[in-house]
Design a binder for this molecule. Structure first.
Ligand code: AQP
Length: 337
């Protein structure tokens, strides 16, 4: 198969390791919605990735439904996109094992996210956290996905997916797996922590004040932006003027992504403005965009059986794509079934 013969297909996912953040929304979900309809789209709640760090079982089930509710509330439509949770399709774990045997330890050792998450505690973290990127490669390649919309932090993992596909194809003298492209575009592919512009905004960051959660209310959003770290300078009149000002740049990028414009356009509008003017405008914009999604999430979470039904139905459809690809992989590897 040549690369152009793979059917265009989008796959991406979010792990239910806590409540969704503005980073997940702008870096992932909003872009997932933008790709829906243009080609086949599959969006997964990657629960097997969540358990690479400890998750309370009840909270994990709740967070899985909540990520699904976030997908639906933001505009993903189960009749247009396949929405499911990863653990319902056991082929992910099966292909993940095969890829553990393809990926090299040296490659894993270069993964910056593992280094960041393990920190000085690398001996004590789970083996799953270390192997996570090869399971992610399986998530993507199990569907021969050609495009993966992700935030900047996941770029290295998609590159590893390509390395795994290339090594598999080379070792088994085949062209079975595609060279998947990461899709990283727009002004907010790396939303930063509100208290430290050198760190990304994360679900599991230490303080709640460093992130905006999708389900934060209007008052809390305003408070978090008000207290967000900035510098004493007003906004410059060109984007270049934000060099060396990571916290200021972050707020401008968030504003741009929320208002579907560019960071340059935001700077043009707010040139010379102080934070006393910009921060309340940003908070109003965030509330305006997030409140309807959050309200809809609350409504959907009142009917967990319906969310489960949507995820089960999506898993059924995902399995019909996954099964022949997994079977052919077993055959190529020489495993008897
Ligand atoms: N701050 C961010 N800016 C832009 N994109 C982001 N994403 C996550 N944080 C940001 C994107 O959201 C998608 C799903 O990510 P994930 O939740 O599966 O994994 P993560 O990147 O490890 O997210 P967190 O919030 O940092 O989770 P924890 O704290 O539990 O590890 C991906 O496309 C990601 O790029």
């Amino acid at each position: 198969m040549t690369q152009s013969q793979f059917t265009p297909r989008v796959f991406s996912g979010i792990k239910p390791s806590g409540g969704l953040t503005l980073g997940n929304y702008l870096g992932a979900i909003k872009r997932f919605v933008g790709m829906q309809g243009a080609m086949e789209t599959m969006y997964c709640v990657v629960d097997l990735h969540a358990i690479t760090v400890w998750q309370d079982p009840k909270e994990l089930s709740h967070a899985t439904r909540e990520v699904a509710a976030g997908y639906l509330a933001a505009g993903l439509d189960p009749s247009q996109s396949i929405l499911f949770n990863q653990s319902r399709v056991s082929a992910h774990a099966e292909l993940g094992w095969i890829f553990n045997c393809v990926a090299r330890v040296g490659w894993m050792n270069r993964m910056t996210q593992f280094k960041d998450k393990a920190g000085s505690n690398a001996e004590k973290v789970s083996l799953g956290l270390y192997a996570y990127p090869s399971l992610m490669a399986a998530d993507i390649l199990l569907y021969h996905a050609t495009q993966v919309p992700v935030g900047e932090d996941q770029k290295q993992h998609v590159e590893l997916t390509r390395d795994i596909a290339a090594k598999f194809n080379h070792d088994y003298k085949t062209d079975f797996f595609p060279m998947t492209e990461p899709v990283i575009d727009g002004p907010a592919t790396r939303v930063m922590n509100l208290r430290d512009g050198s760190k990304k905004m994360s679900k599991s960051g230490e303080s709640d004040m460093e992130r905006i959660n999708m389900r934060d209310g209007a008052e809390l959003i305003a408070k978090k932006f008000k207290k967000a770290k900035t510098d004493p300078e007003p906004l410059p009149d060109t984007l270049d003027g934000l060099k060396g000002r990571p916290e200021a740049r972050n707020l401008v990028d968030i504003y741009a992504a929320l208002s579907d414009t560019t960071s340059e356009a935001v700077i043009t509008e707010y040139a010379g403005a102080g934070w006393g003017r910009f921060k309340p405008a940003l908070a109003d914009l965030a509330v305006d965009r997030l409140a309807p999604i959050s309200d809809e999430m609350t409504r959907l979470m009142d009917d967990p059986a319906e969310i489960d039904r949507i995820l089960a139905d999506g898993a059924e459809r995902a399995r019909t794509i996954a099964e022949p690809i997994l079977s052919r992989t077993y055959e190529i590897v020489g495993l008897l079934r």
